[in-house]
Design a binder for this molecule. Structure first.
Ligand SMILES: Nc1ncnc2c1ncn2[C@@H]1O[C@H](COP(=O)(O)OP(=O)(O)O)[C@@H](O)[C@H]1O
Ligand SMILES: [Mg+2]
Length: 242
């Protein structure tokens, strides 16, 4: 498993004439935290949608651990060990917190007992044990966000893709989330891709960054060099003025 990667190659996506992605290649390795950043509308969510099968690329390919997964439906991709969260929380609001996690584990082939054990361990780890039997729809926004990540982990993924997991959280909640996320790659050996606008969080959490602007990769590499790259500074200043 040493070279297990999730790899997108030369991805293009078109929406009714709009080129949302144009020749983007991205590699996520197990054990690393990769930050996917860029101005609004630069194609970040679309790229995650391609990696998880929600959007079919018009060209390019996606490989997981060397096997092609391009164009597979989301459940088939999930079975390869790729889990995600959404920019807008999508829990089963009428199920309990625990049932949400169990459902994710069962969907990946765990038996009922194993699913319950996995769910309880994750609820403990995420400080959610007290909400175990609450309806997911009754939680605060910050707690919903944590449940969504715990649920993605209940599937036992090799790769976890988080679309703005800290959006709408206050600073204390965001710091708590950061501590949880920072531990995941070493603890579970998974590759974590995170989209976020909070540069403080991104800079503290990520090992590498991949920057998109207008559907193209404008920089990638270690955090310090990417942050200093003139094209990155320009892309961010440009949108600050817009
Ligand atoms: N389903 C869709 N149909 C049409 N256009 C879309 C769709 N999804 C995204 N887009 C467009 O694609 C571009 C990239 O969007 P998105 O990937 O959501 O950007 P980001 O996540 O970086 O803010 C935007 O111009 C957006 O309006
Ligand atoms: Mg987005």
């Amino acid at each position: 498993m040493a070279d297990a990667t999730l790899e997108a190659s030369r991805i293009a996506v078109e929406f009714a004439g709009l080129r949302a992605l144009d020749g983007v290649s991205l590699t996520l390795r197990q054990g690393e935290i990769l930050g996917l950043i860029g101005p609004n509308g630069s194609g970040k969510t679309t790229l995650v949608n391609v990696l998880t099968g929600q959007v079919r690329p018009s060209s390019g390919s996606v490989h997981c651990a060397g096997e092609p997964i391009t164009g597979l439906a989301p459940p088939a991709i999930a079975r390869r060990g790729i889990a995600r969260s959404f920019q807008i929380v999508r829990l089963f609001t009428n199920l309990t917190v625990r049932e949400n996690l169990e459902a994710a584990a069962v969907a990946q082939g765990a038996g009922r007992r194993e699913a319950a054990v996995r769910a309880d361990l994750l609820l403990e780890e995420f400080g959610l044990a007290g909400y175990r039997d609450e309806r997911a729809g009754a939680l605060s926004y910050g707690d919903e966000r944590r449940v969504e990540i715990a649920r993605a982990l209940a599937a036992g993924p090799r790769f976890l893709l988080l679309d703005e997991p800290a959006a709408g959280l206050n600073e204390a909640e965001s710091d708590a989330l950061l501590a949880l996320l920072a531990a995941l790659p070493a603890e579970r050996g998974l590759g974590l891709l995170i989209i976020d606008h909070d540069m403080r969080l991104i800079m503290r959490l990520c090992h590498r960054l991949h920057v998109l602007a207008s559907g193209r990769t404008i920089a990638e590499g270690d955090v310090v060099s990417v942050r200093r790259a003139p094209q990155v500074i320009e892309a961010y200043l440009g949108t600050a003025h817009a």
